[in-house]
Design a protein around this ligand. Structure first.
Ligand SMILES: [Zn+2]
Length: 124
């Protein structure tokens, strides 16, 4: 799955809208709820998909936030990556794709055997 990027005009617009201050707001960026970071973007600016790109495919200005690298890193590591992995897992599940990690655990459903209360092993 490839992450599509914002176009240059979209980035320009987002930066203009930000007035040079980090647009990150709230807990997704490690800030108190409703609070804006506001750090000066002169030291570095990154463009964040507010709604995760892998889910939304939305590269519009409305989904673009001009944020400082610290905020971007926080959101990427704390939210976007786990969320993307979860999305893939859910898509796999919906498509009936399952991973078998190593041999089945004896007595588990996947083993095809069932241990009865008296210790006897029987075929399921
Ligand atoms: Zn910030």
């Amino acid at each position: 799955m490839s992450r599509r990027e914002f176009t240059k005009p979209t980035k320009r617009e987002a930066l203009h809208r930000s007035k040079g201050k980090c647009e990150a707001v709230g807990t997704w960026y490690g800030l108190p709820a409703g609070q804006r970071c506001g750090r000066d973007l002169a030291y570095g600016v990154e463009f964040d998909h507010i709604d995760l790109d892998a889910n939304s495919k939305d590269n519009s200005l409305a989904n673009c936030a001009a944020v400082c690298p610290a905020c971007h890193r926080f959101k990427t590591t704390r939210h976007d990556i786990p969320l993307a992995a979860k999305t893939v897992r859910q898509q796999d599940k919906n498509h009936g794709i399952r991973t078998r990690k190593g041999p089945a655990i004896p007595g588990s459903r996947a083993s095809g055997w069932k241990r009865k209360m008296n210790g006897e092993m029987v075929r399921r």
